[in-house]
Design a protein around this ligand. Structure first.
Ligand SMILES: Cc1cc2nc3c(=O)[nH]c(=O)nc-3n(C[C@H](O)[C@H](O)[C@H](O)COP(=O)(O)OP(=O)(O)OC[C@H]3O[C@@H](n4cnc5c(N)ncnc54)[C@H](O)[C@@H]3O)c2cc1C
Length: 385
């Protein structure tokens, strides 16, 4: 990208398009060469695919997993690090769209998954809650409406006014290092016998066989756990999911902690958290980036990066140097519910998390694993059509 002003770019220390989560400490996994056999092949080693692999292991299935890049090379290792309960819609909107029983069912399922994620990888998770903050008076009313709907259904949330602004706090939500979590899970699964391969893109996918440029997985079933660009991998999903680019920056550490918990604002279009070392990780402005953000390109663009910078310097008043700029692809669905579907006999797809796949993606990965092995899943019901 071009230099937009001196304050924005003159201190960028990390290589281009590197997330703040990447501390370099990953030994890597081999490339798939030749033939291997497994009960199930998982395509995509992000948070969803790794959750699927954990569930497959629990069910006693043998697994081969392949990733086109490295573990969590996509959005799973490049996101905002929020672990929020609920669907991609705010709770009152979810009640209106899906009905109360279903909205509450999704919320409860995600709360339980959040507990499971925290217990499974405690070193990667900080259980600090989250804040939704209103950007203007209209959004204050919307926050009140959401809080009222949540408390009416017994969900934990409380009104908040503080240095970040006015809104509400959900004490049970969390922040995490998404890349660290995925690396912990991948190392654990590989040690337990799952055969995982990096730099091995699936170029042909069928239930009985997944081919990569140099290898082949002979299997009985396949789980495709890819969020952004899912419709490229599985053209049957064209029209059901649509890929977009989300972008972030991170700063050098601040000397003080100003944001003890992750914050999202303007209906979730902007979001930020302060990491334990004092850095700010901030993203947003997809909507204001307009149509060009509906793209399969996963490189940062000047227009959105400039708006993020303006928000960091102007609204948040933070002038620490920016050290990281990055982007990644996610996919959206029209109804805000994820895709969890058998796209052809023996080939399961999960994705389409509409920007919020850290928790729901883990559920969908596990649900796909259960369906691939047992033909049914107690997790899948609330997402069904
Ligand atoms: C900037 C940003 C901020 C976000 N913030 C949040 C947040 O705070 N909270 C939240 O819940 N969600 C957030 N999201 C969304 C969330 O990151 C994603 O929904 C989630 O991580 C998707 O994970 P996944 O494992 O399903 O898929 P992906 O991360 O898309 O992983 C797919 C993997 O598949 C691999 N792959 C792709 N094609 C192939 C192929 N042909 N063969 C083999 N492998 C392939 C990729 O290399 C990748 O590693 C954010 C996303 C972005 C981009």
């Amino acid at each position: 990208m071009t230099v937009m002003n001196a304050e924005m770019t003159d201190t960028a220390a990390a290589p281009p398009n590197t997330p703040v989560w990447d501390d370099g400490g990953w030994a890597g996994l081999p490339r798939l060469r030749g033939d291997v056999t497994a009960d199930v092949c998982v395509v995509g080693l992000g948070g969803s695919g790794l959750s699927a692999i954990g569930e497959l292991r629990r069910l006693g299935a043998s697994v081969v997993g392949v990733d086109a890049g490295t573990v969590a090379a996509g959005a799973a290792g490049r996101n905002g690090g929020f672990l929020l309960a609920g669907s991609s819609k705010f709770y009152h909107d979810a009640v209106a769209a899906y009905g109360r029983e279903r909205a509450l069912g999704i919320y409860r399922l995600t709360m339980a998954e959040l507990d499971r994620i925290a217990a499974e990888t405690p070193r990667a998770v900080r259980r600090v809650g989250s804040l939704r903050i209103a950007a203007d008076a209209g959004e204050v009313e919307d926050c009140r409406a959401q809080l009222a709907a949540m408390t009416a259904d017994g969900l934990k949330a409380e009104w908040y006014e503080g240095p970040e602004g006015a809104g509400f706090l959900v004490p049970t939500d969390a922040a995490f290092n998404p890349l660290h979590r995925c690396r912990i899970l991948a190392a654990r699964h590989a040690e337990a016998g799952a055969r995982l391969f990096e730099h091995s893109p699936a170029v042909h996918i069928a239930a009985e066989e997944v081919r990569t440029p140099e290898g082949r997985v002979r299997c009985g079933r396949v789980i495709v756990a890819v969020d952004g660009r899912l419709e490229r991998l599985l053209p049957a999903l064209e029209g059901r999911v649509r890929t977009a680019r989300l972008q972030m920056v991170a700063t050098a550490p601040l000397p003080d902690i100003r944001f003890p918990r992750p914050v999202y604002m303007r209906y979730g279009y902007e979001w930020w958290q302060q990491l334990a070392d004092g850095r700010i990780a901030l993203g947003g402005f997809r909507d204001r980036g307009g149509d060009p953000q509906w793209t399969h390109d996963a490189e940062p663009c000047d227009a959105v990066q400039g708006m993020i910078d303006g928000f960091l310097r102007g609204t948040l008043g933070i002038h620490a140097p920016i050290t990281h700029r990055w982007a990644a692809s996610v996919s959206f669905t029209d109804d805000g519910l994820p895709v969890l579907a058998e796209v052809e006999p023996g080939v399961w797809a999960c994705g389409g998390y509409s920007g919020t796949g850290n928790v729901i993606g883990a559920i969908c990965g596990r649900a796909a694993a259960q369906m691939a092995v047992t033909g049914r899943s107690e997790l899948a019901g609330v997402f069904g059509g």
